[in-house]
Each structure stands twice: as C-alpha cells, then as structure tokens.
Design a binder for this molecule. Sequence first.
Ligand SMILES: *Cc1c(COP(=O)(O)O)cnc(C)c1O
Length: 376
Amino acid sequence: MRIPVAGPWITEKEIAYVTEAASTAWYSKAGTFTARFESSFSEYLGVNHAVSLPSCTSALHLSLLALGVGPGDEVIVPDVTWIASSAPISYVGATPVFADIDPLSWCLAADCFEACITERTKAVIPVDLYGNMPDMDAITAVARAHNVAVIEDAAEAIGSRFKGKLAGSFGEIGAFSFHGSKTLTTGEGGMLVTNDSAIYARVLVLRDHGRRPGDTMFMNGEVAFKYKMSDLQAALGLAQLERIDELVSRKRKIFSWYAEELADVDGLQLNYQSSDTFNTYWMVTVVLDPSYGSKERIIRALRERSIDCRPFFSPLSSLPAYAGHPESARARERNRVSYELGSQGVNLPSALNLDREAVHFVCEQLRNVLDGQRTQ
Ligand SMILES: *Cc1c(COP(=O)(O)O)cnc(C)c1O
C-alpha cells in the first residue's frame, strides 16, 4: 500500500447527494444543485456572489477578462505557485511578472509586489500557498495605492483566515479549486467569488458563450467561453461544503501530528502560522537544510519506501514553460527566497484519509532518510 500525497474524504452524505442529483436534476430541476452550491458557498464565505465553474484555472481566466486585462498589461504573481495561477495571464495576452515570496509564510511578499509595479500593472494574483495566507492588509494597501486590482488565488486555502476573514474574500475577485487533491473536492471544479455586481454580471455572460442569463432566444452578444459546472459535481461540492469544518479540522489535525513527530529534527522548517493567520495546511511541507541534500534525492528515497511526496513548487521563472520569457531572467536575478526555498522543500503526504499511524510511519522513514543523507 502506497501512502498517497493528497486525496479527499468522501462519506455517505456525498454519495447520497450525487445519487439524488443523478436521479432528479434534469428537466425543470436542471441547475438546482449548482444554484444551491453557489448560494451556500457565497453565504459560507460572506460574499455577495459565487459562480460555479469547471476549474480554478477558468475562474482566474474569467477574472482577468472581467477586469479588462489584456495585451500590453502586466499582472504580478508570486514566483512560487502552481502554474495555473499564472497561465491565464498568458491566455488574455498579458505579461506575467514574477515577484518574490516571504520566507516564513511562503506567500507573496508585499514589498516585493510593490517593487514589481510599473505603469502597465493592472492586477496582482496573491496565492494562499499550501493553505497559508500572505499579509493581506499589506498587499491590499499596496494594491489600493497603485490602483491595482486584487485577484486572490485561494485554490489551496478554503477555510483559512487572515485576521478572522476567510481566504478568497479579500480581493475584487477570489478563485477556488475543487480538484480531487484539494481540501474540498468536486472531482474537477472551481468557484469565482466577488462582491462586485458588475463583475458578477460580466462573468455570467463570459462563461456562457456570450449569452445573457435568461436569453431564451440564443442571441449571443459576443464570442466568449463555455465554463460551467454540472449538477452532479455541484451535488458533491454541496455535501463537502456542509462538512467543511470537519474537513478543515482533519487537515489541521494531520499537520499537528507531523509537527509533534518532527519537533526535534534539526534543520527542518514546517508550514508557518502567524498570530494573524488560521492555516488549513493543504499540504504539510518541510523545507530542509541544504546539508540534507536536494529535494529530488529526498523525494526519490521516500518514494522507494512507498511514500508519495511532491517537490515544493519550483519557481515559475525556472520552468521550461517560461524559458526565454523576458521576465524570467529578471526574476531569477531578483527572487532569492523563491530560489532558496524552491530547491529545499518537500510536500509530505497530506491526504484526508491519513491516520496517526500513517503519519508516524512517514516521519520515521523521513528521519531515516535524513540521517542517511547527513552521514554521506
Ligand atoms: C490547484 C490550483 C489551481 C488550479 O486549480 P484547477 O481547479 O486545477 O484549475 C490554481 N492555483 C493554485 C495555487 C492551485 O493549487
């Protein structure tokens, strides 16, 4: 049995809701589960509007379009994140600018964000990395001062809080992912949230082939996109959302087991939680002293012991996908923290089905691997 790096927690409730959707959500009842999921989600988050979508990537794409970001514009994104945070910037023809991260939270650093602003900067996409949150007060203040829109990528952070306020509710727009690896899953799926009714209205048109809601004559006003979630996925999401406190508690429990097991290991930094933050620890992550060797070696050794882990995101500016991109060279020079952490971090198994025993086994094996590396 391999120990999985990520995975959901599905109960009878989810199965019952999906079964109900499969049997009833057609004809006059089509759309009922997406509507329920959206209203429950916006209520949970304390925002005015939520739009269910096929992915977080599509939510970020629509966010940029709704804000009018396009060719010639620049959008700032942390150098360390999943490429889905930045790819939509290219979809709309704008230029991604990669800013450095904070050494403790591993999220966008407000001063690095500010240093990257030019007269072409239209938006910033702070990312709530691994369930943690950046200093949203500082980021929002910089954004306001320079008239830059904030799109919060909360894909990994449902349930996290900064000064009591939920992740995803900070910017003009927030985006969530319900991919199978995320804390709340619909298999594949996403949500866009906003308090701005003009953005909301624009997103509804953009995600339905340029058709206004309620247009029963199919008179498309523009060529746009088809980004919708099905009732079957929404039923799964609704059941998961009704269990959100349980899911978040489980994530925090898993982290606390790791913290306990690894407390006495030298040269090892775990996910940080500042006094302003409630971290939901989407991925328990260790950053290791360089004397332990590279992340690649540690990951390989753990995989040989039936433990699946992942590398800490390599800086976007180091990826082949952005080779030759003029911003990459600048970021490689500038983003010291991204490059230091990016080479030494490992995501440990954080699936919601892990128990205490599994975490103990992972930590025992990790200690073993680390002891071996240091004595070599
Ligand atoms: C998973 C993830 C996404 C993309 O989510 P999809 O639903 O797969 O499109 C975006 N940003 C971050 C930070 C993620 O972890």
